[in-house]
Design a protein around this ligand. Sequence first.
Ligand code: SAM
Length: 315
Amino acid sequence: MASSYDQAEEVSNPDTGAGAPGEPPEAPRAAIWENLITLNSDVEPNFDLLPPAHTHLDSDGRKNEWRDLNYVEALKRDQLPLPAIEDREGYYGEDHFSYWASGLLDARYLIEAAEQYGTGTGSYLDLGCASGRVLRHMAYECPNIEATGCDINRLHVEWCNAHLPRNCKTFQNNSVPTLPLEDNSVDIVSAFSVFTHIEALETAWLAEIRRVLKPGGIAWLTVHTEGTLKDMDEGWPLWKPTMEHPDTPSLLDTKREFKGNRMVLRWLSDRSYSSNVFYKSDYLVSRWSRILEHIELRRRFPTFQDVMLMRKPRR
Ligand SMILES: C[S@@+](CC[C@H](N)C(=O)[O-])C[C@H]1O[C@@H](n2cnc3c(N)ncnc32)[C@H](O)[C@@H]1O
């Protein structure tokens, strides 16, 4: 059987002219197995940056939704560019201010939960951070925080490392649940809309989160549940992918209920995730709490998804 290195050479040689007489051979493109568990490992970043959030306030179709978010100071201090729609997982479409404001709201809820449950805000990890929708705000709201993000998609990591506040750092992880972080080192872990796409190894991810959390540290993990399925209507972003998926008719009954603990709708996709996952809330509470202590399951909080709020036991 060919080794990974052999395969790398086979891929790089034929059409490139590499290795022509007298020329130094081109470095082989890495066709290595790790590329299958990370994403965009060989794509060069080419970002179209958007100007800072305040420049989008007037043109934002949803700005009234943020009336109660006390954002004026935050908007003034954040002069960094925003990611273009395609570099932020499509969040909020043309409503760029709303994209920014949604991250601020989520960051504030995280900080509030940390206060409520007596956890520090010295260190934070956002698993599946994309281009830092929440991470940027955690860094501004808590200037002394060590704010770390990670994502399976290298382009997101490149974006964050180039454009987020200085107290943020970001690394690329892979789909095997292992993080290059010390045991007991993080106060707060969040994963916004990540477990909604993790179709395998979900409990191993929980164990890895538990390992890196400090005793008493909290995890904020957003999920889709049977409640999400019941609530959905045509206005929800998840409506189309769920209702148009070819497996849906055989998995959901007429009351939109599914059998078993999880429903996974898989896609063929070149994105960094390729499924939508729904859980039964009983399963979340009983099974996930074997790994982390269950504190709350917040329904539809603050918008479409539910939040599993969990804690690493103090001892
Ligand atoms: C729906 S997006 C949410 C992005 C971000 N958390 C937010 O709320 O704006 C899901 C993100 O999770 C990332 N992702 C999917 N599976 C992952 C995994 N196993 N580890 C880390 N990131 C993952 C994707 O690359 C993508 O950036």
